[in-house]
Design a protein around this ligand. Sequence first.
Ligand SMILES: *Cc1c(COP(=O)(O)O)cnc(C)c1O
Length: 346
Amino acid sequence: MDLSRFARRRYTDFATPIEPMPRFSAALAATCPGGRGPEVWIKRDDMLGLFPGGNKTRKLEFLVADALAQGADTLVTCGAPQSNHCRITLAAAAREGLKCRFVIEERVPGSYHPQASGNHFMFRLMGVETLTVVRAGSDMAAAMQREADDLASQGRRGYIIPGGGSNALGGLGYVACAQELQQQCFDRGLRFDHVVVGSGSSGTHGGLVAGFVGNRIDVPIIGVGVSRDPQQQEPLVLKEAQAVADLLGLQMQIPPEAVRSVGGYWQPKYSLPNARMVEAVQMLARTEGIPLDPVYTGKIMAGLIGLARAGEFAPGERVLFIHTGGLPSLHAFEDVVLGAGGPVAP
Ligand SMILES: *Cc1c(COP(=O)(O)O)cnc(C)c1O
Protein backbone atom coordinates (compact mmCIF):
# COMPACT_ATOMS: atom_id res chain seq x y z
CA MET A 1 0.00 0.00 0.00
CA ASP A 2 1.45 3.31 -1.05
CA LEU A 3 0.56 6.32 1.06
CA SER A 4 3.14 8.55 -0.58
CA ARG A 5 0.73 9.97 -3.15
CA PHE A 6 -1.20 11.72 -0.35
CA ALA A 7 0.01 15.07 0.91
CA ARG A 8 1.10 14.81 4.51
CA ARG A 9 2.44 17.16 7.17
CA ARG A 10 4.74 15.53 9.72
CA TYR A 11 4.11 16.21 13.39
CA THR A 12 6.13 13.30 14.86
CA ASP A 13 9.55 12.48 13.50
CA PHE A 14 9.91 9.02 15.01
CA ALA A 15 7.98 5.76 15.26
CA THR A 16 6.14 5.69 18.59
CA PRO A 17 7.80 3.20 20.96
CA ILE A 18 6.52 -0.33 21.53
CA GLU A 19 7.30 -1.42 25.08
CA PRO A 20 6.69 -4.57 27.14
CA MET A 21 4.84 -4.05 30.44
CA PRO A 22 6.08 -6.85 32.72
CA ARG A 23 4.84 -5.38 36.01
CA PHE A 24 1.42 -4.60 34.66
CA SER A 25 1.21 -8.07 33.05
CA ALA A 26 2.13 -9.73 36.37
CA ALA A 27 -0.45 -7.70 38.30
CA LEU A 28 -3.08 -8.55 35.73
CA ALA A 29 -2.20 -12.26 35.69
CA ALA A 30 -2.65 -12.42 39.46
CA THR A 31 -6.33 -11.54 38.89
CA CYS A 32 -6.86 -13.92 35.93
CA PRO A 33 -8.12 -17.54 36.07
CA GLY A 34 -5.38 -19.83 37.39
CA GLY A 35 -3.17 -16.80 38.07
CA ARG A 36 -1.99 -16.74 34.45
CA GLY A 37 -2.61 -14.03 31.89
CA PRO A 38 -1.34 -12.49 28.67
CA GLU A 39 1.92 -10.65 28.12
CA VAL A 40 0.74 -7.07 27.58
CA TRP A 41 2.74 -4.60 25.50
CA ILE A 42 1.99 -0.97 24.71
CA LYS A 43 2.42 1.25 21.65
CA ARG A 44 2.94 4.79 22.86
CA ASP A 45 0.76 6.87 20.57
CA ASP A 46 0.37 9.13 23.60
CA MET A 47 3.88 10.31 22.66
CA LEU A 48 2.90 11.55 19.20
CA GLY A 49 3.69 15.17 18.35
CA LEU A 50 1.59 18.32 19.00
CA PHE A 51 0.42 19.50 22.40
CA PRO A 52 0.58 16.70 23.85
CA GLY A 53 -0.11 14.23 21.09
CA GLY A 54 -2.50 11.35 20.75
CA ASN A 55 -4.26 9.47 17.98
CA LYS A 56 -5.66 12.66 16.41
CA THR A 57 -2.12 13.76 15.55
CA ARG A 58 -1.83 10.95 12.98
CA LYS A 59 -5.14 11.85 11.31
CA LEU A 60 -4.32 15.55 11.23
CA GLU A 61 -1.11 14.94 9.31
CA PHE A 62 -3.29 14.15 6.30
CA LEU A 63 -6.23 16.45 7.05
CA VAL A 64 -4.14 19.58 7.60
CA ALA A 65 -2.08 18.87 4.49
CA ASP A 66 -5.36 18.82 2.56
CA ALA A 67 -6.53 22.06 4.23
CA LEU A 68 -3.29 23.78 3.21
CA ALA A 69 -3.56 22.42 -0.34
CA GLN A 70 -7.04 23.95 -0.54
CA GLY A 71 -5.78 27.34 0.61
CA ALA A 72 -7.65 27.34 3.94
CA ASP A 73 -6.75 29.93 6.57
CA THR A 74 -8.92 28.48 9.36
CA LEU A 75 -9.65 24.97 10.64
CA VAL A 76 -13.20 24.37 11.85
CA THR A 77 -13.94 21.30 13.93
CA CYS A 78 -16.17 19.97 16.71
CA GLY A 79 -16.11 17.82 19.82
CA ALA A 80 -17.14 17.43 23.45
CA PRO A 81 -16.19 20.00 26.14
CA GLN A 82 -12.97 18.06 26.97
CA SER A 83 -12.23 17.11 23.35
CA ASN A 84 -8.70 15.87 22.71
CA HIS A 85 -9.41 16.15 19.02
CA CYS A 86 -10.22 19.87 19.27
CA ARG A 87 -7.09 20.53 21.33
CA ILE A 88 -4.78 18.70 18.91
CA THR A 89 -6.44 20.38 15.90
CA LEU A 90 -5.82 23.75 17.54
CA ALA A 91 -2.19 22.84 18.17
CA ALA A 92 -1.80 21.89 14.50
CA ALA A 93 -3.41 25.19 13.48
CA ALA A 94 -0.98 27.13 15.68
CA ARG A 95 1.92 25.21 14.20
CA GLU A 96 0.78 25.99 10.66
CA GLY A 97 -0.12 29.64 11.25
CA LEU A 98 -3.85 28.94 10.77
CA LYS A 99 -6.79 30.10 12.88
CA CYS A 100 -9.13 27.59 14.49
CA ARG A 101 -12.81 27.54 15.48
CA PHE A 102 -14.73 24.94 17.50
CA VAL A 103 -18.32 23.89 17.82
CA ILE A 104 -18.59 22.18 21.21
CA GLU A 105 -21.42 19.72 21.81
CA GLU A 106 -22.53 19.58 25.43
CA ARG A 107 -23.17 15.83 25.21
CA VAL A 108 -23.69 15.55 28.96
CA PRO A 109 -26.03 18.44 29.88
CA GLY A 110 -24.32 20.88 32.24
CA SER A 111 -20.83 19.56 31.45
CA TYR A 112 -19.52 22.71 29.76
CA HIS A 113 -17.72 25.04 32.15
CA PRO A 114 -16.03 28.11 30.67
CA GLN A 115 -13.29 27.95 33.34
CA ALA A 116 -12.68 24.17 33.14
CA SER A 117 -9.13 22.84 33.22
CA GLY A 118 -7.70 19.99 31.13
CA ASN A 119 -8.24 20.35 27.40
CA HIS A 120 -10.52 23.33 27.87
CA PHE A 121 -7.73 25.28 29.53
CA MET A 122 -5.54 24.47 26.54
CA PHE A 123 -8.21 25.72 24.13
CA ARG A 124 -7.85 29.10 25.79
CA LEU A 125 -4.08 28.93 26.15
CA MET A 126 -3.53 28.15 22.47
CA GLY A 127 -5.98 30.82 21.42
CA VAL A 128 -9.04 29.27 19.80
CA GLU A 129 -10.69 32.00 17.72
CA THR A 130 -14.31 31.14 18.54
CA LEU A 131 -15.92 28.40 20.61
CA THR A 132 -19.64 27.88 20.07
CA VAL A 133 -21.45 25.59 22.52
CA VAL A 134 -24.48 23.67 21.22
CA ARG A 135 -26.89 21.24 22.86
CA ALA A 136 -26.53 17.43 22.77
CA GLY A 137 -27.85 15.95 19.55
CA SER A 138 -27.40 19.17 17.53
CA ASP A 139 -26.56 18.89 13.85
CA MET A 140 -22.80 19.35 14.11
CA ALA A 141 -22.18 19.36 10.36
CA ALA A 142 -24.66 22.21 9.95
CA ALA A 143 -23.16 24.13 12.87
CA MET A 144 -19.66 23.81 11.37
CA GLN A 145 -20.96 24.86 7.97
CA ARG A 146 -22.33 28.04 9.58
CA GLU A 147 -18.80 28.80 10.83
CA ALA A 148 -17.38 28.19 7.36
CA ASP A 149 -20.07 30.45 5.82
CA ASP A 150 -19.29 33.16 8.34
CA LEU A 151 -15.61 32.94 7.41
CA ALA A 152 -16.46 33.07 3.70
CA SER A 153 -18.53 36.22 4.29
CA GLN A 154 -15.33 37.82 5.60
CA GLY A 155 -13.33 36.72 2.57
CA ARG A 156 -11.66 33.96 4.56
CA ARG A 157 -11.55 30.24 3.92
CA GLY A 158 -12.48 27.56 6.46
CA TYR A 159 -11.68 23.87 6.23
CA ILE A 160 -14.14 21.63 8.06
CA ILE A 161 -12.74 18.62 9.90
CA PRO A 162 -15.44 16.19 11.10
CA GLY A 163 -15.62 15.06 14.74
CA GLY A 164 -12.58 13.03 15.72
CA GLY A 165 -11.03 13.69 12.30
CA SER A 166 -12.75 10.48 11.24
CA ASN A 167 -13.30 10.53 7.52
CA ALA A 168 -11.47 8.54 4.85
CA LEU A 169 -8.55 10.97 4.70
CA GLY A 170 -8.11 11.07 8.48
CA GLY A 171 -8.26 7.27 8.61
CA LEU A 172 -5.08 7.18 6.52
CA GLY A 173 -3.27 8.17 9.71
CA TYR A 174 -3.98 4.74 11.14
CA VAL A 175 -3.05 3.02 7.89
CA ALA A 176 0.32 4.73 8.41
CA CYS A 177 0.30 3.44 12.00
CA ALA A 178 -0.36 -0.12 10.77
CA GLN A 179 2.62 0.15 8.43
CA GLU A 180 4.82 1.61 11.15
CA LEU A 181 3.83 -1.22 13.48
CA GLN A 182 4.48 -3.86 10.82
CA GLN A 183 7.98 -2.45 10.24
CA GLN A 184 8.72 -2.35 13.99
CA CYS A 185 7.64 -5.97 14.40
CA PHE A 186 9.75 -6.99 11.44
CA ASP A 187 12.82 -5.10 12.70
CA ARG A 188 12.57 -6.52 16.22
CA GLY A 189 11.36 -10.02 15.41
CA LEU A 190 8.19 -9.34 17.39
CA ARG A 191 4.85 -10.99 16.91
CA PHE A 192 1.53 -10.08 18.55
CA ASP A 193 -1.51 -12.32 18.94
CA HIS A 194 -4.02 -9.49 19.51
CA VAL A 195 -4.20 -5.71 19.20
CA VAL A 196 -6.51 -3.73 21.49
CA VAL A 197 -7.50 -0.20 20.47
CA GLY A 198 -10.22 2.32 21.30
CA SER A 199 -13.28 2.67 19.10
CA GLY A 200 -15.12 6.00 19.17
CA SER A 201 -15.67 8.12 16.07
CA SER A 202 -14.04 5.11 14.38
CA GLY A 203 -11.19 6.62 12.36
CA THR A 204 -8.57 4.94 14.51
CA HIS A 205 -10.14 1.48 14.60
CA GLY A 206 -11.37 1.69 10.99
CA GLY A 207 -8.06 3.01 9.65
CA LEU A 208 -6.17 0.30 11.49
CA VAL A 209 -8.48 -2.40 10.09
CA ALA A 210 -7.98 -1.07 6.54
CA GLY A 211 -4.22 -0.98 7.12
CA PHE A 212 -4.11 -4.52 8.53
CA VAL A 213 -6.31 -6.00 5.80
CA GLY A 214 -4.54 -4.09 3.02
CA ASN A 215 -1.08 -5.03 4.28
CA ARG A 216 -2.10 -8.62 5.08
CA ILE A 217 -1.22 -8.23 8.75
CA ASP A 218 -2.88 -11.28 10.18
CA VAL A 219 -3.42 -10.18 13.79
CA PRO A 220 -6.95 -9.75 15.15
CA ILE A 221 -7.92 -6.24 16.29
CA ILE A 222 -10.35 -5.72 19.16
CA GLY A 223 -11.90 -2.25 19.40
CA VAL A 224 -13.16 -1.30 22.85
CA GLY A 225 -16.20 0.95 22.46
CA VAL A 226 -16.07 4.28 24.30
CA SER A 227 -19.59 5.39 23.43
CA ARG A 228 -21.43 2.49 21.74
CA ASP A 229 -21.90 -1.26 22.07
CA PRO A 230 -20.94 -3.52 19.13
CA GLN A 231 -24.32 -3.52 17.42
CA GLN A 232 -24.04 0.23 16.79
CA GLN A 233 -20.25 0.53 16.68
CA GLU A 234 -19.22 -2.25 14.28
CA PRO A 235 -21.20 -0.96 11.27
CA LEU A 236 -19.62 2.49 11.76
CA VAL A 237 -16.12 1.03 11.87
CA LEU A 238 -16.75 -1.18 8.84
CA LYS A 239 -18.00 1.83 6.89
CA GLU A 240 -14.92 3.86 7.86
CA ALA A 241 -12.55 0.97 7.00
CA GLN A 242 -14.21 0.58 3.60
CA ALA A 243 -14.03 4.32 2.92
CA VAL A 244 -10.31 4.27 3.71
CA ALA A 245 -9.76 1.20 1.49
CA ASP A 246 -11.66 2.92 -1.35
CA LEU A 247 -9.65 6.12 -0.99
CA LEU A 248 -6.51 4.00 -1.24
CA GLY A 249 -7.87 2.33 -4.38
CA LEU A 250 -7.51 -1.14 -2.87
CA GLN A 251 -10.44 -2.50 -4.88
CA MET A 252 -11.44 -4.86 -2.12
CA GLN A 253 -14.28 -5.39 0.29
CA ILE A 254 -13.30 -5.21 3.95
CA PRO A 255 -14.60 -8.48 5.42
CA PRO A 256 -17.11 -7.74 8.20
CA GLU A 257 -15.39 -10.30 10.42
CA ALA A 258 -12.27 -8.08 10.41
CA VAL A 259 -14.24 -5.61 12.53
CA ARG A 260 -14.77 -6.69 16.10
CA SER A 261 -15.62 -4.45 19.01
CA VAL A 262 -16.58 -5.05 22.62
CA GLY A 263 -19.04 -3.05 24.66
CA GLY A 264 -19.97 -2.73 28.29
CA TYR A 265 -16.97 -0.67 29.40
CA TRP A 266 -18.11 2.85 28.53
CA GLN A 267 -21.29 2.98 30.53
CA PRO A 268 -23.02 4.82 32.18
CA LYS A 269 -22.36 7.29 29.34
CA TYR A 270 -19.61 8.60 27.08
CA SER A 271 -17.05 10.50 29.20
CA LEU A 272 -18.67 9.69 32.58
CA PRO A 273 -16.45 7.69 34.94
CA ASN A 274 -17.00 4.11 36.11
CA ALA A 275 -15.21 1.97 38.69
CA ARG A 276 -13.42 -0.26 36.17
CA MET A 277 -11.91 2.80 34.48
CA VAL A 278 -10.59 4.01 37.85
CA GLU A 279 -9.07 0.57 38.53
CA ALA A 280 -7.36 0.53 35.11
CA VAL A 281 -5.95 4.06 35.44
CA GLN A 282 -4.56 3.33 38.91
CA MET A 283 -3.21 -0.09 37.92
CA LEU A 284 -1.18 1.11 34.93
CA ALA A 285 0.07 4.22 36.73
CA ARG A 286 1.20 2.20 39.76
CA THR A 287 2.80 -0.72 37.91
CA GLU A 288 4.41 1.01 34.91
CA GLY A 289 4.25 4.75 35.63
CA ILE A 290 2.16 5.33 32.52
CA PRO A 291 -0.90 7.57 32.84
CA LEU A 292 -4.18 6.82 31.07
CA ASP A 293 -7.08 9.25 30.65
CA PRO A 294 -10.54 8.85 32.21
CA VAL A 295 -12.66 9.33 29.06
CA TYR A 296 -10.95 7.00 26.59
CA THR A 297 -7.84 5.02 27.42
CA GLY A 298 -8.88 4.23 31.02
CA LYS A 299 -12.05 2.57 29.72
CA ILE A 300 -10.19 0.93 26.83
CA MET A 301 -7.65 -0.58 29.22
CA ALA A 302 -10.54 -1.66 31.48
CA GLY A 303 -11.76 -3.56 28.42
CA LEU A 304 -8.39 -5.28 27.97
CA ILE A 305 -8.34 -6.20 31.68
CA GLY A 306 -11.92 -7.50 31.52
CA LEU A 307 -11.19 -9.61 28.43
CA ALA A 308 -8.08 -11.07 30.08
CA ARG A 309 -10.06 -11.99 33.21
CA ALA A 310 -12.73 -13.59 31.03
CA GLY A 311 -10.06 -15.84 29.50
CA GLU A 312 -10.20 -14.17 26.07
CA PHE A 313 -6.40 -14.30 25.74
CA ALA A 314 -4.52 -17.56 26.26
CA PRO A 315 -1.84 -17.42 28.99
CA GLY A 316 1.37 -16.04 27.55
CA GLU A 317 -0.25 -14.65 24.40
CA ARG A 318 1.09 -11.25 23.43
CA VAL A 319 -1.44 -8.41 23.44
CA LEU A 320 -0.57 -4.96 22.13
CA PHE A 321 -2.47 -2.06 23.69
CA ILE A 322 -2.47 1.12 21.62
CA HIS A 323 -2.30 4.11 23.97
CA THR A 324 -4.23 6.76 22.05
CA GLY A 325 -3.37 9.65 24.40
CA GLY A 326 -5.87 12.01 26.02
CA LEU A 327 -3.82 12.92 29.05
CA PRO A 328 -4.95 16.54 29.59
CA SER A 329 -8.46 15.43 30.56
CA LEU A 330 -6.92 13.49 33.45
CA HIS A 331 -6.49 16.85 35.16
CA ALA A 332 -10.19 17.59 34.82
CA PHE A 333 -10.93 14.34 36.72
CA GLU A 334 -8.21 14.22 39.40
CA ASP A 335 -10.46 13.37 42.36
CA VAL A 336 -12.29 10.70 40.40
CA VAL A 337 -9.21 8.75 39.35
CA LEU A 338 -7.70 8.99 42.84
CA GLY A 339 -10.89 7.46 44.18
CA ALA A 340 -11.43 10.59 46.28
CA GLY A 341 -14.53 11.77 44.53
CA GLY A 342 -16.88 9.31 46.19
CA PRO A 343 -18.45 6.27 44.55
CA VAL A 344 -18.62 6.04 40.79
CA ALA A 345 -20.83 3.76 38.72
CA PRO A 346 -19.68 0.10 38.79
C1 LIG B 1 -10.55 10.30 20.00
C2 LIG B 1 -9.88 9.37 20.94
C3 LIG B 1 -10.08 7.97 20.84
C4 LIG B 1 -11.03 7.34 19.86
O1 LIG B 1 -10.56 7.41 18.55
P1 LIG B 1 -11.60 7.48 17.34
O2 LIG B 1 -10.75 7.58 16.15
O3 LIG B 1 -12.47 8.66 17.57
O4 LIG B 1 -12.41 6.22 17.36
C5 LIG B 1 -9.37 7.15 21.70
N1 LIG B 1 -8.53 7.67 22.62
C6 LIG B 1 -8.35 8.99 22.77
C7 LIG B 1 -7.44 9.47 23.83
C8 LIG B 1 -9.02 9.89 21.92
O5 LIG B 1 -8.82 11.21 22.09
